[in-house]
Design a protein around this ligand. Sequence first.
Ligand SMILES: *Cc1c(COP(=O)(O)O)cnc(C)c1O
Length: 375
Amino acid sequence: MIPFNWPYMTGKELHYISEAHFNGKLAGDGPFTKRCHTWLEQNTGATKALLTNSCTAALEMAALLLDISPGDEIIMPSYTFVSTANAFVLRGATPVFVDIRSDTLNLDEQLIEAAITSRTKAIVPVHYAGVACEMDTICNVAARHGLSVVEDAAQGVMAKYKGRPLGSIGNMGAYSFHETKNIISGEGGALLLNQPELILRAEIIREKGTNRSQFFRGEIDKYTWHEHGSSFLPGELISAFLWAQLEQAEAITEARMRSWQLYHNLLEPLEKKGLLRRPIISDDCEHNAHMYYILLPDFVDRYELLMQLKADGIHAVFHYVPLHLSPAGKRLGRAHGELKNTTKLADRLVRLPLWCGISEQQQIHIVNVLAKLLD
Ligand SMILES: *Cc1c(COP(=O)(O)O)cnc(C)c1O
């Protein structure tokens, strides 16, 4: 069986974990966490990076930082992972789902303005497959209406928009280091802060609502409770693992890009025959090969195709059930307009196996089987 994903290890993970073990510093914000913070700040240009336990946790921190409260509305795509919505729903806000573009499957920036009401607080663009949303337009709309922009850049580590790293463009950005992403630590994430005035409160919220970070830096002589917060920081063993991955982030991304491009070349003839549609990447985007997906034509039964691929030893998968069609999304969210692209494209999408180290032979086999099944 060719698996859908295979977590890549650089070989240095256990070495750094044993170093952390030897250091005897296991709680958060030790030497490895600091190294990861510095790496993220240097490589993204974010004012401040803070490791979190997950991208979900980073989004929850963003919601707390923005003082999101009951009745607030947050504009986001419906075609996304549940955490994009949940982080804000936990604060009592209503997700307002806006349709996606048919080319990138990202939030349609042209539809955002019409969805804004007096209760709107933020826009949460999701960079699907590590391909950037139209951030210039989104940030302009946000600025005109006094809204915050929180980038769900869970899939966007090492990807860029007009030369700017994803996650560093909005007020804040959230990264994921989950095992299924490009750069991993099992569970893990980071919040990027792109405004200096957000830093102090973010540190407090992440440290159980206390100013312990300032205390550890020797800036104050005792720490205490300052506001709402929780424990959002990972321990050093996780950070040590992540450090091994960040050191190799460029090599990992290059390897994924080679595999992505091979699929893209091999599938071109099938697209020309009208058997599928390949991903579309605009010149403004430097993506990170997080995902290779195809869009099937209407006459192909996706479920049937996935079953046949499985029978041929290939584990391909579909992606999100749109949130506005989910039980919780119907109860807790609101769809702005018809969401035609969301509903149609979510049903047509198939993700092909892709990881750092998939072989050319495996990819050629996958495309040959696809060609046979679709033709
Ligand atoms: C993976 C993912 C998340 C959640 O990341 P975790 O680190 O697992 O919490 C959120 N949003 C998107 C778009 C994702 O792909």
